[in-house]
Design a protein around this ligand. Structure first.
Ligand code: ZN
Length: 364
């Protein structure tokens, strides 16, 4: 097996590969939810594709999502396709189903960017927008240092200096928390959670309600990239500390990996509006256990690529084509490295972790 059996070179290619593999694996449910307004860069339809395998009405279900952060969808898609091609779909234990959701943020996936059509970080969007939005108390202090007006060494160095001063005042954990917890005040800034539910958010609710109506216990994998050691899985379990659900996720994947993980060696940010919390609310009290699983890429240097991604969203249209293409390739390579060893590690770990989750959910 080669990584090219599972990875695709484009959003359209990933979609096709997913649908073909799901069909070959005998998926009884194979549906596409088409974005009503947006299209991809070549005019292609943007869809969220789902495949439901095994016992779709079983009391145990595993939900596997790719592409919450658009361009991270390449790795998640490859993990999904690797499982579909493994033959395991024919060996799912009784009373258990596996629901694969491909490209939940298709706008970002197709355009090689993190956020949605509204520059919303989908993994910060699942808050109750009817209530006052969560406050990020130090965001304003950091705001001017995050995305420079010009992508130049001078301005980037000035931004770094601003961050360094912030760390001296508040510490490195506070910097990471302020950056990554989510903010609801700056629509052009990073980690913006939006002020209303994104189409992807509404679509995920529809999928969960339609497909997981008879589930009593649900496992979740939300595939991401960018945190952790290069090519290695890194777990962010959002079940409550010490809860039975957290213990369950630890049983599937190992307590040393699931409990007490520190992204980039730092305290975990007070993340707001995660997909995990959205799924939890859609399940209305039924049990949910699982994690965001990341694959490491550039370590803490990935942060600069996230910034460049934001910068390109603001200024990319005005750039020379050749320059823009190189910058976009830099962003994409930071979240979806081309290197063979990285891609092989992703599909192999992805397959093994999915298999462990299927076994785990079935015996929960
Ligand atoms: Zn991500």
């Amino acid at each position: 097996m080669n990584f090219t059996d599972f990875f695709a070179a484009s959003y359209v290619g990933a979609r096709e590969r997913f649908r073909r593999s799901a069909q070959a694996a005998g998926a009884a449910t194979l549906e596409a939810f088409t974005h009503p307004e947006e299209r991809g860069p070549s005019g292609e339809a943007l869809t969220v594709d789902i495949a439901h395998l095994g016992d779709r009405k079983g009391s145990r279900q595993l939900l596997v999502i790719s592409g919450t952060h658009g361009q991270e969808g390449y790795a998640g898609s490859a993990a999904q396709v690797a499982w579909l091609k493994s033959g395991d779909a024919a060996r799912i234990p009784a009373d258990t189903g596996v629901l694969l959701v491909h490209g939940i943020n298709p706008y970002g996936f197709a355009r090689g960017t993190r956020t949605t059509e509204n520059n919303v970080d989908l993994n910060r969007n699942f808050v109750d927008h009817r209530k006052p939005h969560p406050v990020n108390p130090r965001y304003d202090e950091l705001r001017e240092h995050l995305v420079p007006a010009h992508w130049s060494q001078d301005q980037l160095a000035a931004g770094d200096a601003g961050e360094k001063a912030f760390v001296e005042r508040h510490g490195a954990d506070a910097l990471f928390d302020t950056l990554a917890r989510g903010q609801y005040v700056d629509p052009l800034g990073p980690f913006y959670g939006g002020v209303q539910r994104e189409w992807s958010n509404l679509t995920l609710e529809k999928i969960v309600r339609e497909q997981l109506g008879s589930a009593e216990k649900v496992g979740l994998i939300d595939w991401h990239t960018g945190i952790g050691e290069r090519g290695q899985p890194f777990f962010l379990c959002f079940n409550e500390e010490g809860s039975a659900e957290q213990a369950e996720a630890a049983r599937w994947w190992g307590a040393d990996k699931v409990i007490g993980s520190r992204p980039n060696g730092l305290a975990r940010p007070h993340y707001q509006g995660l997909v995990f919390y959205g799924v939890q609310s859609f399940l209305e009290g039924r049990q949910l256990a699982g994690a965001v699983i990341e694959f490491g890429t550039r370590g803490s240097a990935t942060g600069r690529a996230l910034r460049l991604d934001q910068w390109l969203r603001r200024h990319g249209a005005g750039l020379d084509d050749d320059v823009r293409q190189q910058m976009a390739a830099n962003v994409l390579d930071a979240l979806n490295p081309v290197a063979e060893d990285w891609r092989d590690a992703v599909w192999q770990h992805g397959l093994a972790l999915t298999q462990a989750a299927v076994r785990g959910v079935a015996s929960w």
